[in-house]
Design a protein around this ligand. Sequence first.
Ligand code: SF4
Length: 331
Amino acid sequence: MDKKIDLINKALNDLEKNLFSCSLCPRKCHVNRGKGEIGACGVGALPVVSSYSLHFGEEPCLSGYYDYNENKKTQSSLCGSGTVFFSGCNLRCVYCQNYQISRHINGSIFSVDDLASAFLSLQKRKSLNINLVTPTHVIIPILKALKKAFEQGLSIPLVYNTSAYDSYETISKLNGIVDIYLPDFKYFNKNTSLRLSNAPDYPEKAADAIKEMYRQVGNLEIDDEGNAKKGLLIRHLVLPNHVDESCQVLEWIAKNLLNDVSLSIMSQYYPCYKAPEDINRRIFAEEYATVLKKAEKLGFENVYTQPAPFQSKDHFIPDFESDDVFPWNHG
Ligand code: SF4
């Protein structure tokens, strides 16, 4: 871990100036978060953590427990992804399923020591990885906490679970520190990203960030127990009435990365928060099938899929205002 600690020191050296004039992400708010000013992400210098726990609802290679494709539980010597949910978000989608923590700031302010303890406690509970959910806007305290945790024996893979509204400059500093990048690639058209996330530059910024992630970690590497150790896994959430755009995202990935990159094509969309009329329903089975067919046609072989929830009232929306954030996690 000495090498990772050296890399963290270097990254902090390069990134800490953002505490006083923040351009950690493409919003480039230039607020002084060190003095308590708040930018578009809604959080100051210290992270607000809404929850940290073992989570079994990620892809099987990350959760090691629930197999979406087989629709059954599987056992592993380790179990659960050690998810840390950070409040605030720099993307701000109008349909966000986590709006209780992304748009409203909910949770507890964590010191660097608190955060290091959380990472170590998840490892102690045998989590497969540390899964940083929406980390970009609080990457500076995260790096400081990781340094402490590495010094105290943290050794499981680190997952960077992001909307991909990331700047190349910030992601490039994480080379050698992050083991698994888990970016969404949400939109291909800037009109869509403007309308749904107020981020017209999302497609180009996400593309640049994902290319850099791929350069750093390459294809997903999975061990004999089926657990991810390193690499890139790109998520794409299919939205209602946006199948053509989903296909364009897949075409971009096939052209600019390789079609042996791992994908997670998600059907779980459920309208939340302020979802506008055109996305105010679940996706149809035909829409999901069209996107999967496109992935097959493009030659993608490593694709996680989800069961069809199309007409179901069941959903996997966490309730961060409840004591039981992930009720489907039990059992
Ligand atoms: S991380 Fe937050 S404050 Fe910094 S540029 Fe992005 S949205 Fe603005």
